[in-house]
Design a protein around this ligand. Structure first.
Ligand code: SF4
Ligand code: SF4
Length: 346
């Protein structure tokens, strides 16, 4: 316990004490707790899908069931979004449903967000992480990098990720970790999504990476909007369910999720163009966030009508409550995420 506490104290980021951001988070949480669909304040977390193209076909990924077009976010659209978020949103994740390192300008995008004063997080499957991309990524001063592996043996890796490249990925990751500096990335985790296929390897996976001083993130399988049986079946445990919940979904008050083509959807679990709430090619973030479609969507959640909402009726994502809401108001998302990995997964 003392060891964990020491790690947590070291993780508390002094740059995180930003009064504007704190005020914004408090306003957002007040709106949520008071069940106000119209929000005073900006989203706390921005999810930008720089691309929905990918070099893998993982069995738990909703990409395989996605019907929308594939593409890369145009840098001018990206710049417009970040310019609007500058000074208001302090945490951005540059991925949703695709491999972000495939975007030819990804490191330029990270640097742009860093110059705008944001914490930047990325999740990669590690395949494009060659020597040259590794160097650029380290030089970009990204804050939080997740490397998803999901297994410790080539057989499990290939069963889950549909690729025979385990050796290559492992070598990419080992080289990247050797080259990283203490300043960049500030936080790296290797991730395993828990499912039946890898249930027997969790301890070996954890031991292997922790022995190398790398943080491990064991993530419960996400069933996204819950409408793909092939993904629901992979779960190794019974998830909490929102069915019948009286709590509106807090994601609608805190997160803004944008597809590569500028489409805004209610949250980062929605993988197709369902329940679309806006388009950042022709609207501003404020237009969408405070617009009638988003307000109406929150109102339906407040009225506990989620069972009647196509994209939410089967979703098993649990709403934040109690101390989690307090923590999300007081502490910035980057610090919360880093503390969360220490508390729950190591
Ligand atoms: S690497 Fe990520 S985005 Fe690509 S198929 Fe796998 S889970 Fe989906
Ligand atoms: S209930 Fe699920 S699908 Fe609906 S907004 Fe919340 S997290 Fe997204």
């Amino acid at each position: 316990m003392l060891k964990k506490l020491t790690k947590i104290v070291r993780l508390i980021d002094r740059e995180a004490i930003n009064l504007n951001a704190l005020r914004n988070r408090s306003r957002i949480m007040t709106s949520y707790i008071r069940r106000r669909p119209r929000i005073r304040g900006f989203p706390v977390i921005l999810h930008l899908e720089v691309t929905n193209k990918c070099n893998l076909k993982c069995k738990m990924c909703p990409r395989l069931h996605m019907k929308r077009d594939l593409g890369f976010m145009d840098f001018s659209l990206f710049r417009r979004i970040i310019d609007q978020a500058r000074g208001k949103i302090d945490y951005v994740e540059l991925y949703l449903f695709g491999e972000p390192l495939l975007h030819p300008q990804i490191c330029e995008m990270i640097r742009y967000c860093k110059a705008a004063g944001m914490y930047v997080a990325l999740s990669t499957n590690g395949i494009p992480l060659n020597e040259s991309i590794s160097r650029s990524l380290i030089d970009s001063h990204i804050d939080f990098l997740t490397i998803s592996l999901d297994g410790i043996t080539a057989a499990t890796y290939s069963r889950i990720r549909g690729s025979i490249n385990y050796g290559k990925v492992l070598s990419n990751v080992e080289t990247f970790l050797r080259n990283r500096t203490s300043a960049s990335p500030r936080h790296v985790v290797v991730q395993l999504i828990e499912m039946q296929d890898n249930a027997r390897e969790i301890k070996r996976f954890t031991d292997y990476w922790t022995n190398r001083g790398i943080q491990v993130h064991l993530k419960p399988l996400m069933t996204w909007t819950g409408d793909v049986d092939a993904i629901n079946m992979l779960s190794s445990y019974k998830s909490n369910t929102n069915a019948g919940s009286v709590l509106p979904c807090d994601r609608l008050w805190r997160h803004l999720s944008v597809f590569w083509d500028g489409t805004v959807v209610p949250c980062h679990y929605i993988y197709d163009k369902q329940c679309v709430l806006g388009d950042l090619n022709r609207q501003t973030i404020s237009d969408v966030w405070g617009g009638s479609d988003f307000v109406e969507f929150r109102s339906r959640h407040i009225a506990d009508a989620r069972a009647a909402i196509t994209c939410c009726s089967k979703c098993k994502v649990r709403s934040l409550h109690g101390w989690e809401l307090l923590a999300a108001s007081l502490v910035n998302t980057y610090t919360l995420r880093t503390i969360n990995t220490v508390l729950h997964y190591n």
